[in-house]
Design a protein around this ligand. Structure first.
Ligand code: HEM
Ligand code: HEM
Length: 198
């Protein structure tokens, strides 16, 4: 059974798309902004305006998705004590991005606005790496643990043999899919039950 804090595929897909559009439009705006002073400056100026429009639209959808994440993902994973460390960093980064975006709209002081812009850009460009770390550690923390067995391990197996003597231990050592192989081996050791049809 899947962990109850895992996102439904369509919702997960929507989050990935929303952040991909935010990242791509933000990064492309940075490039267009640099090219404003070149000979084709007018085209780049126009492109930058369109990119910010796409970015602002994606931000609105993202805010809706982030709100929906609280009951179905964040609250559930928090109560299950799963992946809290990178989860908190995700929340903090998103809070900074939202607060600085608000600053970009409403801060009157040029100095504060340029701080908000620099912070927004720095945290925004780091988002893909943070996503990768969050999802990877999240998947790892949600994977059921199987005690390590193999050559040298004396842990008894469910079939009664010692780990190092078990015929499967060499295969365990060299198997690329170690964890699933061990699970499969252990399952194979369970004697068949004599179920009588009711
Ligand atoms: C803005 C905040 C957050 C976003 C955008 C976010 C997004 C995601 C995404 C897209 C995934 C991969 C899809 C999945 O496997 O369900 C994921 C996985 C995960 N997240 Fe979050 N998350 C956030 C906050 C948190 C917090 C605060 C926690 C913990 C309290 C958390 C715990 C987890 C766990 C445990 C997984 C692995 C789920 C699994 O594969 O079983 N997340 N997150
Ligand atoms: C995912 C990574 C992100 C990147 C790389 C990024 C990048 C950028 C950049 C380069 C700008 C223009 C800065 C300026 O005008 O000085 C910007 C503006 C903005 N960003 Fe982001 N951003 C990201 C995520 C977000 C998020 C999560 C939100 C909110 C949910 C958001 C909302 C906004 C808003 C509202 C603006 C102002 C748009 C406008 O002036 O019309 N961004 N962003």
């Amino acid at each position: 059974m899947l962990p109850f804090w895992r996102l439904d595929p369509p919702f997960r897909f929507a989050i990935y798309i929303a952040f991909a559009v935010l990242f791509a439009s933000g990064a492309a705006w940075l490039a267009a902004d640099q090219l404003k002073e070149t000979s084709n400056g007018e085209i780049w100026q126009q492109a930058a305006a369109y990119l910010l429009m796409v970015h602002g639209g994606a931000a609105m959808v993202t805010l809706m998705l982030l709100g929906a994440l609280f009951p179905v993902h964040i609250g559930r994973a928090w109560r299950a004590k799963k992946n809290r460390a990178t989860g908190i960093v995700m929340l903090a980064f998103n809070a900074v991005l939202i607060a600085t975006a608000l600053g970009l709209y409403y801060l009157a002081s040029e100095i504060l606005r340029s701080w908000a812009s620099n912070l927004h850009i720095a945290f925004g460009l780091a988002m893909p790496l943070l996503f990768l770390a969050h999802v990877k550690t999240g998947r790892w923390s949600s994977t059921p643990r199987v005690p390590r067995r193999g050559p040298g391990s004396q842990a008894p197996l469910p079939c009664g043999q010692e780990g190092s003597r078990h015929p499967a231990s060499r295969e365990n050592q060299y198997s690329g899919l170690g964890l699933s192989f061990v699970t499969w081996v252990n399952r194979a050791q369970v004697p068949p039950t004599n179920h009588r049809p009711i």
